[in-house]
Design a protein around this ligand. Structure first.
Ligand code: COA
Length: 148
C-alpha cells in the first residue's frame, strides 16, 4: 500500500469510498476542486492492484491547517490506512509552517474520534446541531511545530 497525491484519475475510486456517507456526501466536483486547489493536499492510499482504499484532504492557510475529510474503504478499516493518511497530512502541514491542525467531526463518530485522538488531536469545543438536529460537531486541534 502506498500513499500518493491524488489526481483526477483517482476520482472514480474516491467516489466509491463516498458511499460510506449517507449524510453530507461530497460530490465528484467537490473532490475535483480539492485536488485542484492551491494550499490543499489530497492524498490517496492504493492497494497493490491500484484500487483506492483511502483518501484524505487537508488545507493550510497561514499558520492554521485543516483536516477536511478522511474516508477509508469499509473493507479495509482498522489496518492503519486512516492513520497513515492523517500522519502524512500532518507532515505536509508542518513542513508548510502551520502551527496547528484543526478539524470538525460529528460527535457520534466514535471511530473517527478514536483515530484523531490516537494521533494527538484534542477536543476544544462542541457545536450543537452543526450537522443537523441532534448531530453536534466536536472541534478538535493538534499543535504542530512543537520543537521550533
Ligand atoms: C474513521 C476512519 C477514517 C478510520 O480509518 P481506519 O483506516 O479504519 O483507521 P486506522 O486503522 O488507521 O485506525 C487507527 C486507530 O484509530 C482508532 N480507530 C479507528 N477506527 C476505529 C473504530 N471504528 N473504533 C474504535 N477505534 C477506532 C484505533 O485506535 C485505531 O488503532 P487500532 O486499530 O490499532 O486500535 C474510517 O472508519 C472511515 O472511513 N469511516 C467513515 C468515514 C468517516 O467517518 N470519516 C471521518 C469524518 S470525515
Amino acid at each position: 500500500m502506498i500513499v500518493t497525491t491524488a489526481t483526477h484519475a483517482d476520482l472514480p475510486g474516491i467516489m466509491a469510498l463516498e458511499d460510506a456517507f449517507t449524510l453530507s456526501r461530497w460530490s465528484e466536483q467537490s473532490w475535483a476542486d480539492e485536488i485542484d486547489a492551491d494550499c490543499r493536499l489530497t492524498l490517496v492510499e492504493k492497494d497493490a492492484a491500484g484500487a483506492v482504499r483511502g483518501v484524505a484532504t487537508f488545507s493550510a492557510v497561514e499558520d492554521v491547517a485543516d483536516l477536511n475529510r478522511v474516508v477509508v474503504d469499509a473493507g479495509a478499516r482498522r489496518s492503519g490506512i486512516g492513520r497513515r493518511l492523517v500522519l502524512a497530512g500532518l507532515e505536509w502541514a508542518e513542513a508548510l509552517g502551520a502551527q496547528q491542525m484543526m478539524l470538525e467531526v460529528e460527535a457520534g463518530n466514535a471511530g473517527a474520534i478514536a483515530l484523531y485522538e490516537q494521533v494527538g488531536f484534542v477536543a476544544l469545543a462542541r457545536r450543537a446541531n452543526y450537522y443537523g438536529a441532534g448531530a453536534d460537531a466536536l472541534v478538535m486541534a493538534l499543535p504542530l511545530g512543537r520543537e521550533s
